[in-house]
Design a protein around this ligand. Structure first.
Ligand code: 1CP
Length: 317
């Protein structure tokens, strides 16, 4: 999950003087950052340290990550000509990603590594808006006003993000998670007609690699069944929807992932413990449950709380 464990002092220390995307493209550094929270917390899987905009950068688009804000582009992509000018991704550019994953998997031993990528809609929202945006108004306007440009843009995003995910799985990642973080802004009708087909297309790049696929978004309670239908083994659920209700919505043949409320990481332990018990109990409605947070770890989280959650779950689940 977003910035999972990257609240650690050892992470901050390693990152001093290195730009975020440069850190992602340095195989030794990316591997070491991936391993830090696994070592410290004893979690059952690692998530690869990278970012959803890495394949955009590797295609040659000028995107950077601004601290405290997120991905920013000085030249947003808004017209048919802008989309036509998007460069193809040279597969050779993914070499540092393959190398970082291979290094990491070698050190993780029996602990699996989760690879990930951004879904086409969420990626497109950064390209069109030029940065983080609450409701993606320009993006959703483009979807309806210029369907041809929309199709070209989302097809480009699906191609690069599918290649990014495939590179990680081919190099040894044991599962793939597609993050459509901002899909919760969409109506079910828009999601189904204008977004889901491109998420399916992105995942087509990895289907033959035969690893479990997870699909996550924020505020996507109304979209969960449609997100399942792009062809995944698990859906991620944010903290808004109880897991047993999520299971009711997606049916018995899907694993659920979630959904500790990140706000409760700062609550007194007995409050957090009661929440964990509730999340674990509701998760039993599913055929299988991957426990994690309902969204990212807030950067000011006390890391000892995360370790305590892992210990509690290992003792009680
Ligand atoms: O958790 C991890 O460290 C794993 C690696 C990871 C992942 C899975 C990072 C590193 N980013 C992501 C995915 C990601 N990136 C998503 C999807 C998941 C989610 O919803 O959180 C999104 C939307 C982004 C875009 C992004 N990158 C943001 C969000 C901005 C916004 O619009 O709200 C931010 C803040 C970044 C920067 C970033 N990416 C990752 C880290 C550790 C950071 C913080 C930068 C830093 O430490 O300097």
């Amino acid at each position: 999950m977003r910035q999972a464990g990257r609240s650690l002092p050892e992470y901050r220390e390693l990152r001093v003087g290195t730009d975020m995307l440069d850190a992602c493209l340095n195989p030794e550094l990316a591997s070491e950052i991936t391993l830090q929270p696994v070592r410290r917390h004893g979690v059952d899987a690692g998530i690869f340290f990278s970012d959803i905009v890495i394949p955009v950068r590797l295609s040659g688009v000028d995107v950077r990550i601004v601290a405290g804000r997120g991905p920013v582009l000085d030249d947003p992509v808004r017209t048919a000509a802008d989309v036509a000018a998007l460069p193809p991704l040279d597969p050779a550019a993914l070499a540092p990603i393959r190398e970082a994953v291979a290094l990491t998997v070698a050190q993780l031993g029996a602990t699996p590594l989760i690879g990930f990528a951004g879904a086409p809609y969420t990626l497109a929202s950064y390209l069109v808006e030029g940065g983080p945006s609450k409701e993606q108004l320009k993006t959703r306007a483009l979807m309806h006003s210029d369907p041809e440009t929309w199709t070209a843009l989302l097809t480009w995003c699906a191609g690069i993000t599918g290649a990014f995910l495939a590179a990680q799985i081919e190099a040894g990642a044991s599962a793939g998670q597609l993050f459509d973080s901002w899909a919760g802004s969409l109506s079910l009708a828009d999601y189904t007609a204008h977004v889901a087909p491109f998420s399916t297309l992105a995942l087509d790049a990895v289907r033959e690699l035969d690893v479990p696929l997870i699909h996550f978004g924020v505020g996507t309670g109304e979209l969960l069944a449609a997100m399942r239908d792009v062809g995944v083994d698990a859906v991620g659920v944010d903290w808004r929807l109880p897991l047993d209700e999520a299971v009711r919505r997606v049916g018995p043949d899907v694993t659920v992932q979630g959904n500790i409320d990140p706000a409760l990481l700062r609550a007194p332990w007995p409050v957090l413990e009661a929440h964990l018990v509730d999340v674990l109990r509701r998760g039993q409605a599913a055929r299988a449950h991957v426990l994690n947070l309902g969204h990212g770890v807030p950067p000011d989280t006390d890391p000892t709380v995360l370790t305590r959650i892992v210990e509690f779950v290992h003792a009680h689940a």
